[in-house]
Design a protein around this ligand. Structure first.
Ligand SMILES: Cc1cc2nc3c(=O)[nH]c(=O)nc-3n(C[C@H](O)[C@H](O)[C@H](O)COP(=O)(O)OP(=O)(O)OC[C@H]3O[C@@H](n4cnc5c(N)ncnc54)[C@H](O)[C@@H]3O)c2cc1C
Length: 472
């Protein structure tokens, strides 16, 4: 049996290398999409109050505010824009740290496979790596998918369409020129081919499918978690307290809560405290494990009557019928907690030697990014926290929402330096919207004018000019 587990663990770990590589690809996409969207948001101005900072409004003789008293705000000032983009910025930092940690763990695992090390449980490590990569790959690639989409939509404007129609040339040919660099025939700088976001979206899409379709992969993680949960319930010592990759730290979450027997109180809610966040996740994972196990059991009982003594069919259908809202959510909550925990170990517990000498400002910034990403992920599971009785009343939900908005507002001045720190060079970024100098409009004009054929009639001009005759 031990030899079987040794081989199983080792081979599962080996299969994970490709998925671990995809984490890096998703990071590459996040590291390009966020700089484009955030730099652009700092440059692009839209709307604003009709007053100066002193409240004085000079009106023209027609009674409308004079143009010089109209204030326009960069769109990064708007709460909605911050709330849509900054959690992905926080995600980029937290996930990057995790992909580095995971890469180091993979190398360590492969090294120990070649020359075993006392105290390192290779079969368990292989299973842990398999469970981690099967859930981290979906989380990373979906985060990149959603971030790219949000970045693309965040750049929505109809400005270029009107501007080029009105100020450069108002002939039909102008529309065709714009079509040459626009993916879709509507306004919106994010749609520009030259924005680079369409290319990113295409590149990332396949990552959600190859090396295992994301939804199917998540089932590998939940299967493993349910197996472990059953074994731990039968014998709490069936797994060591500290496994090689420390994936099972959640195990006491529910027991501690149930011993108290009531929801957390207002005084206990401390959403900006990293350990509060991690403890809440621990409870959530245990709750989802219990619920998924109960759902599976219920399905088995129900199917038994229908499947007429075919236990294999009963088990198969029961498992498939326990995915949505249960096993799938469980795998995602597990990996979110694990990623946050690894970030916590590295930067808050000082396991990263180099980080010990970091400045107080850097440490405070990482705390903000950690909390924003953690609360933003947790917020998506709010329903389960109430359903399971962890929280009751509005205080918990309000605290999470307020903290997310405060953290977003607090990141406004740091967002551009934060993306500058991770962005590749302008040449690699390859986007007219995201260059480091913020010269968005100059670069758009250059891209437009340098597009081959931009100032020439389309080859098919005569095809329509002969058919569409002016009635004037
Ligand atoms: C760009 C690209 C490159 C690729 N390169 C390679 C390569 O080099 N080598 C290689 O071997 N393969 C490669 N693949 C194939 C890839 O690994 C498979 O496409 C992937 O594993 C999904 O399998 P499938 O296409 O058969 O999807 P299917 O299994 O047919 O899935 C179709 C849909 O059904 C759902 N589904 C399937 N089973 C279940 C289930 N049990 N429960 C719930 N939902 C389910 C899936 O979630 C999915 O939405 C590549 C794919 C792409 C897109």
């Amino acid at each position: 049996m031990h030899v079987f587990l040794l081989f199983l663990g080792a081979s599962l770990g080996n299969l994970s290398a490709g998925r671990a590589g995809i984490l890096g690809l998703a990071m590459g996409h996040l590291g390009i999409a966020l700089p484009i969207a955030i730099r652009y948001s700092a440059v692009r101005k839209q709307f604003g109050p009709q007053a100066t900072s002193t409240g004085f409004v000079r009106r023209t003789k027609d009674g409308v505010p004079a143009p010089e008293t109209m204030v326009e705000f960069p769109v990064i000032e708007y709460q909605l824009q911050q709330w849509r983009l900054f959690p992905y910025l926080a995600a980029t930092y937290v996930l990057k740290s995790f992909s580095d940690t995971m890469f180091a763990e993979m190398i360590k695992f492969l090294g120990i496979q070649a020359s075993p090390e006392a105290g390192y449980d290779l079969p368990i490590a292989g299973q842990e790596i398999h469970a981690i990569t099967c859930s981290a790959k979906p989380l990373f690639t979906w985060t990149a998918r959603d971030a790219i989409q949000e970045c693309r939509e965040g750049n929505f404007v109809s400005f270029i369409w009107n501007r080029y129609l009105c100020t450069i040339c108002n002939q039909m040919i102008t529309i065709f020129m714009i079509h040459k660099i626009v993916f879709i025939a509507c306004g919106g700088h994010g749609y520009l081919k030259a924005s680079g976001l369409g290319r990113l979206r295409n590149d990332n899409d396949a990552n959600c499918t190859y090396e295992g379709e994301n939804n199917v992969l998540l089932q590998q993680t939940s299967n493993w978690l349910l197996k472990i949960w059953k074994e731990l319930k039968a014998d709490p010592n069936s797994y060591p307290d500290v496994t090689p990759l420390q994936t099972l730290t959640f195990r006491d979450g529910l027991r501690k809560f149930e011993q108290r027997g009531k929801p957390i109180t207002k005084a206990e809610i401390n959403v900006n405290n990293p350990t509060f966040l991690l403890d809440t996740y621990k409870w959530l994972i245990c709750y989802l494990l219990n619920e998924t196990e109960a759902k599976l059991k219920h399905q088995m009982e129900f199917r038994k009557q229908l499947d007429e003594n075919n236990p294999a069919l009963t088990k198969y259908v029961a498992k498939n019928s326990s995915q949505a809202f249960y096993a799938r959510t469980l795998s995602l909550a597990f990996i979110e907690h694990y990623i946050l925990q690894q970030f916590y170990f590295r930067f808050f517990e000082g396991r990263d030697e180099a980080w010990k000498n970091a400045s107080a400002e850097s440490k405070a910034m990482f705390a903000k990014l950690f909390t924003l990403y953690g609360l933003w992920c947790l917020e998506k599971h709010m329903m389960y926290l109430y359903q399971g009785g962890y929280a009751s009343g509005p205080v918990f939900a309000n605290s999470v929402h307020d903290a997310i908005l405060e953290l977003c507002e607090g990141l406004k001045m740091d967002a551009v330096p934060l993306v500058d720190a991770i962005a590749p060079t302008d040449f690699v970024l390859n986007s007219v919207l995201g260059c480091a100098d913020g010269e968005v409009y100059k670069r758009m004009e250059t891209a437009l004018s340098e597009t081959p054929g931009a100032f020439q009639r389309a080859e098919w001009w005569t095809d329509i000019s002969e058919r569409v005759k002016s009635k004037l």
